[in-house]
Design a protein around this ligand. Structure first.
Ligand code: BT5
Length: 268
């Protein structure tokens, strides 16, 4: 980044404070801007245990142990991208958790669509934001349970903003806002936009389910109509249902609903 404050945080991120407060939501009212951490999800989970309030956000310039699902790594060069976690004190049954990654993905998708007018960002079930079939952002939802109820939800989000060159294993699969936009992206604006979307939709989705966002999810669905394999089932993706499950139509016409897992394109 061109401008870095004394604390090692880019001035674009410093400016995010005002943008977030101007929007008037609860998410981001407590904003922790950090130079480097192992993982912002761990920061948020630790703080959740010490009583941090709903809507607290941790953003970092450098992540030394950034992770995706199933212990996979999330990679990001220092000071180029958005790496942050949001603590949401939502009380809901655990079954409402998997769809929350989709709702968070929708907030990212919408913010990217505003930042890159000509790009057509899509949501790839269960947690990716893609542009032109390449991954631009990922969401990692982790939760603390108390008995059979969710106590706190940590939504970790990584968005490739300025990165133009990726490591070899990602170079054909990853993209960034800078690569798909005509204008130079602003991390502060993007962050404030994503937090606004989370503020609007996450608590409602936890309380009432996906009904209110379902039309937007369907419009953003990257997989619909394509042939994929998910959890051993091969079929044509027919959308996301109201419980957030991926609906696959097998060759025998039977529709199967997949709750979680990996999706890969397939021709077989
Ligand atoms: C995800 O996992 O996509 C969730 C990523 C969440 C990262 C954020 S950053 C802030 C917060 N703190 C954390 O520690 N994590 C969260 P998954 O669906 O498992 O995808 C991981 C896979 O995406 C990797 O195995 C790579 O193949 C690929 N990948 C890694 N870094 C990438 C990048 N920058 N851009 C595109 N793809 C990437």
């Amino acid at each position: 980044m061109k401008f870095v404050s004394r604390r090692g945080v880019g001035e674009d991120l410093e400016r995010a404070r005002e943008l977030i407060l101007a929007k008037g939501g609860e998410v981001g009212r407590e904003l922790h801007l950090l130079a480097d951490v192992e993982s912002t999800n761990d920061e948020a989970k630790r703080a959740a245990k010490s009583g941090a309030p709903h809507g607290s956000v941790w953003v970092t310039e450098v992540q030394t142990k950034g992770r995706g699902r199933l212990g996979r790594a999330w990679v990001s060069p220092p000071r180029e991208n958005l790496l942050f976690s949001v603590l949401l004190r939502l009380r809901c049954p655990p079954a409402r958790l998997p769809p929350l990654a989709l709702v968070a993905g929708l907030a990212v998708r919408d913010a990217v669509a505003r930042a890159a007018k000509k790009a057509e960002p899509k949501l790839k079930w269960p947690n990716d934001v893609l542009v032109g079939g390449r991954k631009l952002a990922g969401v990692l939802v982790e939760a603390t349970l108390s008995g059979q109820r969710v106590e706190a939800v940590v939504v970790g989000i990584g968005i490739n903003v300025h990165t133009r060159e990726f490591p070899e294993d990602l170079q054909d699969r990853a993209t960034s806002v800078a690569l798909v936009s005509d204008l130079p992206p602003d991390r502060g604006v993007l962050l404030a936009d994503v937090l606004e979307g989370l503020d609007r939709d996450m608590a409602l989705a936890a309380e009432r389910g996906l009904g209110l966002v379902h039309a937007r999810l369907t419009a953003a669905d990257a997989l619909v109509g394509t042939r994929v394999r998910a959890e051993g089932v091969v079929g044509i993706a027919r959308g996301i249902d109201l419980e957030g499950r991926l609906v696959l139509e097998r060759d025998d016409g039977v529709r199967v609903r997949v709750v979680s897992g990996e999706v890969t394109p397939t021709v077989s």
